[in-house]
Design a protein around this ligand. Structure first.
Ligand code: MTE
Length: 444
């Protein structure tokens, strides 16, 4: 790329701090002009880092700032490190009015501001059916029963002494993008796709624990996983997944213990499968000979088909991708070079390619996949783009190594209708208008 091509456009990256409940409601009604106003007001009050630098020009490099002429803070001033005060805008957020009580809600991960594929543990999305507890690991137990020779109860020490594995996997709630089945509903990628995170999990393969208890793998073709919270969260998982060695009874997340919100001290990791099966605060595994038809699989987390029937046990998250920047709510402040970046993933394996369209799906060009490209993990993609200042529609389309291609809204609705909540993996479109404002639109 030549130096001229690199004349970077400027982007207002993270508008979420300027979005009030009322403004989000305005977007859903189609009024978007507030974004520009919100930006102008906010940048007058507290200039964004890039804008501040531009305004000060050479002063900022010629005059030594206080941090170059004074003693800094000592080591361990923060025994547990926290992000810079200037990053306070990058936080999990609740979608106003989504649920009546916070104990049974979602906090969305701020995908628009993250890099690479690992979600910082403090920004991992949260989805609880009945709130979260910080459980004393000394009191936590895991029972294994059902079609096993020995019913067993493990404490945390028993589990953490066993040989462990560490693997990077994404977790996506089956309801991610669920508000968008019928029409555009939310303004930013945090709300359209933020029930998605990716971590390195550490724990013991469930297969090893079942072998230890003498599980009957012939008759016992299913397991039931149960959480210790008050939500009676139970899920059936087919034994093939456990036998593959992929299902982990995990205590570690990104090099430390799980966070309480994400299941501390023990959670199930079921790679490729929708988040609800990743039972948190895991207290019991039962081995059985048939699916259990628990409430969270018989009536919830099912697909409402166009003929009114419910499709159950569609647990695998199919190939999907999203451009995280530029994305809804951001503003391209000038013409020029932009790095289109985003995430792709598949519950069936690895991402093989991601194509980008800047003209609403007429032409497609391959994006660069960044390493590592791992099975059932997020894959980061980048694409170099020069914005000529004209209106355009940005899209990404993932293909996984089974050959599955992410569908458009038209294709998906033909099969699934518009009444579902779960398993929406349609191609996401971000519209850029001449003013540079980026908004959520749907292209059939
Ligand atoms: N496990 C228990 N025990 N209770 C819950 O409410 N929520 C499930 C699953 N495991 C839940 C649970 C749902 S619906 C999802 S999407 C994931 O946990 C969310 O995991 P996270 O909060 O770590 O992101």
């Amino acid at each position: 790329m030549s130096h001229d091509d690199m004349r970077a456009g400027r982007i207002r990256r993270a508008p979420e701090n300027f979005l009030t409940e009322g403004q989000i409601a305005d977007v859903t009604k189609g009024r978007r002009d507030f974004l520009r106003k919100a930006f102008l007001t906010a940048s007058a009050a507290v200039a964004a880092p890039g804008v501040a630098l531009a305004a000060k020009g050479e002063d900022a490099i010629l005059n030594l700032p206080p941090w170059s002429t004074s003693l800094g803070k000592p080591v361990a001033a923060n025994p547990y490190g926290v992000p810079s005060q200037y990053e306070s805008n990058l936080v999990r957020r609740e979608s106003p009015g989504l649920t009546r009580v916070g104990g049974s809600s979602v906090a969305f991960a701020p995908l628009q501001g993250l890099f690479g594929i690992i979600t910082p543990s403090g920004l991992h999305f949260e989805r609880h059916h009945q709130g979260w507890h910080d459980i004393d690991p000394g009191q936590h137990r895991l029972m294994i029963n059902g079609l096993v020779k020995k019913n067993m109860v493990f404490n945390m020490d028993d589990i953490m002494r066993l040989p462990s594995v560490s693997r990077i996997h994404f977790i996506e709630c089956g309801a991610n993008t669920g508000m968008e089945w019928g029409n555009v509903a939310v303004p930013t990628v945090q709300y359209t796709h933020g029930m998605l995170s990716c971590s390195e999990f550490t724990g013991v393969p469930l297969r090893d624990l079942l072998e230890y208890c003498g599980a009957d793998f012939k008759k016992g073709r299913y397991i039931l996983a149960e959480g210790a919270d008050g939500s009676s969260m139970t899920r059936t998982i087919p034994m093939e997944l456990v036998e593959s060695g992929e299902v982990i009874v995990a205590y570690g997340q990104n090099g430390e213990m799980l966070r309480p919100e994400n299941g501390y001290p023990l959670r199930l990791v079921v790679p490729g499968v929708q988040g609800v099966s990743w039972v948190k605060w895991l207290r019991r595994i039962e081995v059985g000979d048939q699916p259990y038809a628990a409430k969270d699989e018989a009536v919830h987390y099912i697909d409402m088909m166009p003929d009114g029937q419910h499709r159950q046990y569609t647990s695998t998250q199919e190939a999907k991708s999203v451009i995280t920047s530029p994305s809804g709510g951001q503003i391209l402040l000038t013409k020029g070079f932009y790095n289109i970046t985003g995430l792709a993933w598949s519950g069936k394996g690895k991402i093989k390619k991601v194509d980008i369209s800047t003209d609403g799906g007429i032409n497609w060009q391959p994006a660069r996949l960044e390493t590592p490209v791992l099975s059932k993990a997020l894959t980061r993609f980048n694409f170099e783009w020069n914005w000529d200042g004209k209106p355009c529609i940005l899209q990404s389309r993932a293909t996984d190594d089974t050959g599955f291609v992410q569908p458009g809204y038209g294709q998906l609705r033909e099969v699934r209708g518009t009444k579902s909540i779960y398993h929406n993996n349609a191609i996401q479109s971000w519209k850029v208008i001449e003013s540079g404002e980026v908004s959520n639109v749907q292209v059939l």
